[in-house]
Design a binder for this molecule. Structure first.
Ligand code: GDP
Ligand code: CA
Length: 304
């Protein structure tokens, strides 16, 4: 029997779990991806999380989890000649995808249509859907009152600032991309990947119809991005705490209030197993940097 899974994903963490599900023959999976980090860079439409998901599913992701493996940076380096800010590093292979996307969007195609073509070009069977074809832009308010774009906060300033609040510009009026709500409604199980809850998953839920579809689904499992209470990489633990949600597994439950029935935490956090605020908490090995452990985790989630 085929199980239909829909996963909500940001970049690296969500992509790693998506790869696990994609290896299971008995699963038909759809990944719904955050577009809140999308930004124009050198006039190119960069969708960091969509590209991380595609590259990871294809087994071509870079050593840090984003970008392409074995990429070179000749073009990026050469941009400095023109006095261009090239701190957002884009590899030569990676640039091809960005150029292709930007061209097609300029021709009037939608982000969904381009993503479908990219999926096919990489020979993937998993469906990859942007949360929306309408722009949603994550804006980060930091101490002192400044509001930064996601890129300024995350890349330019290295996520060192304390986060006072988040806005998802365009979210409230954005429509779900074609197939998003239908795939959630038709799924046997909805999984929220081990992505940064406020920065990677909230912008997906900023689309009201997506949040409603997840809320009405009877089986929603989230995987915590925390291992031993800390983010494996990036600021998830700090941002959860800055936003007043607390620490550890309890903070992840708080971030997904009303959305999930089960939280999977890492075995290093097995002290949290039981129940938190009405959510069942179970422990599994969630360290899924490699494909093998990722499909083991995916299989265990299916068996819950
Ligand atoms: P970004 O857009 O690339 O920052 O992506 P995400 O929000 O999807 O991923 C960042 C989160 O993934 C971080 O909070 C990490 O802790 C989490 N993460 C990355 N690899 C793993 C892993 O192997 N296991 C778990 N549990 N979390 C992971
Ligand atoms: Ca991201």
């Amino acid at each position: 029997m085929i199980t239909r899974i829909v996963e909500m994903s940001g970049g690296v963490g969500g992509a790693r779990l998506a790869r696990g599900f994609s290896a299971l023959r008995e699963v038909e999976s759809t990944v719904i991806v955050n577009v809140g980090d999308d930004a124009p860079i050198h006039g190119l439409h960069v969708s960091p999380d969509l590209d991380t998901v595609i590259y990871t599913l294809a087994g071509l992701e870079g050593p840090q989890g984003w970008g392409r493996a074995d990429d070179s940076f000749l073009t990026n380096t050469e941009l400095a000649r023109f006095g261009v800010d090239n701190t957002f590093r884009l590899g030569d292979l990676d640039l091809a995808l960005k150029i292709y996307r930007t061209g097609r969007l300029g021709d009037g195609d939608t982000l969904s249509e381009v993503t479908e073509a990219v999926r096919a070009a990489f020979g993937l069977e998993v469906r990859v859907l942007p949360a929306s074809n309408d722009p949603i832009r994550t804006m980060v308010s930091i101490e002192g009152g400044d509001q930064l774009t996601f890129r300024e906060y995350f890349v330019d300033r290295g996520h060192q600032d304390h986060v006072m609040g988040l806005d998802f510009d365009g979210g409230p009026t954005a429509r779900p991309a074609p197939g998003v709500v239908e795939s959630i409604d038709g799924a046997d199980l909805v999984v929220i990947g081990p992505s940064n809850p406020p920065l990677s998953i909230w912008p997906i839920f900023a689309v009201r119809e997506i949040a409603e579809a997840v809320r009405r689904h009877p089986r929603v499992v989230a995987v915590s991005p925390l291992i031993g209470g800390r983010a494996l990489k990036g600021p998830a633990d700090v941002v959860l705490s800055d936003l007043g949600l607390g620490t550890g597994s309890q903070a992840v439950v708080a971030a997904y209030r009303g959305m999930i029935d089960t939280l999977v935490v890492d075995t290093t956090d097995r002290g949290d197993v039981g129940e938190i605020d009405g959510v069942r908490v179970i422990a599994l090995d969630t360290r899924i940097v490699e494909p093998g452990p990722s499909s083991t985790l995916a299989r265990a989630i299916l068996a819950l």
